[in-house]
Design a protein around this ligand. Structure first.
Ligand code: CA
Length: 231
């Protein structure tokens, strides 16, 4: 049932549990990425943009709740907290801080897989189905992740598409460079990403605009950020 391309970041410091989860999730068709500390997780979240995170609360370098709190400042990636802790207050704290679900160790494999499918499904519904953005000849089908100009699909990289979608979700609103960078690469991204954003935008414009020096769809607010033309 699940999309084979969906990736799951497992943040867990215990080798044995990490191996069990890796084997289980890989067998179910997910792409699995592993992190054994909060610091490793942070850079992986920034570089790999996982579709879902399984988060152990007891990590060696940071409390899992704190990591979740930091993550929620910039990312809506679904998070399922997996922990040996069975105390009610930890569940509440995790959910209050934006966890999508909670599962206690020891858990059954079918139960965990069912929770993951449910969270993925909810998240894709929340992202809106059959929603579209259109201005002039430019069309974005958010549901299908397809961008087209005059009916011709445009091939964007994953990052380019995410930038276009982020801006197009709030047409007419100026999104600052740092807002976009935080949303696409996360707050752990360094200053280098400012340049990377500009390079990506330049490539996007070459692909979607008839004159990339005089853009009609994604407009520049000099020194501030970008703004999508209003529908
Ligand atoms: Ca642990």
């Amino acid at each position: 049932m699940n999309n084979i391309k969906d990736s799951i970041l497992v943040i867990e410091d215990e080798n044995y549990i990490l191996k069990v989860l890796d084997t289980l999730l890989s067998a179910d068709g997910y792409r699995v990425i592993c992190a054994q500390s909060a610091s490793a997780a942070k850079s992986i979240i920034t570089s790999h943009m996982p579709d879902l995170i399984l988060l152990d609360l007891g990590l060696p370098d940071m409390d899992g709740i704190q990591l979740l709190k930091d993550l929620r400042k910039w990312s809506k990636v679904p998070v399922i907290v997996v922990s040996a802790r069975q105390m009610e207050k930890d569940k509440v704290a995790a959910l209050d801080e934006g966890a999508d679900d909670y599962i206690s160790k020891p858990f059954s494999a079918p139960e965990l897989l069912a929770r993951i499918r449910a969270v993925m499904r909810r998240n894709s519904i929340n992202n809106g189905s059959s929603e579209k953005y259109q201005v002039g000849d430019f069309l974005i089908d958010f549901d299908r992740h397809v961008v087209s100009v005059k009916g011709v699909p445009i091939k964007l990289t994953q990052v380019e598409y995410r930038i276009v979608e982020l801006i197009a979700r709030q047409p007419g609103k100026v999104l600052t460079y740092s807002y976009i960078i935080n949303n696409i690469w996360g707050p752990y991204a360094d200053a280098e990403n400012n340049r990377i954003l500009r390079v990506n935008m330049s490539n996007i414009r070459k692909k979607i605009e008839s004159d990339s020096m005089a853009p009609k769809y994604i407009l520049t607010e000099i020194g501030v950020g970008y703004r999508m033309a209003e529908q």
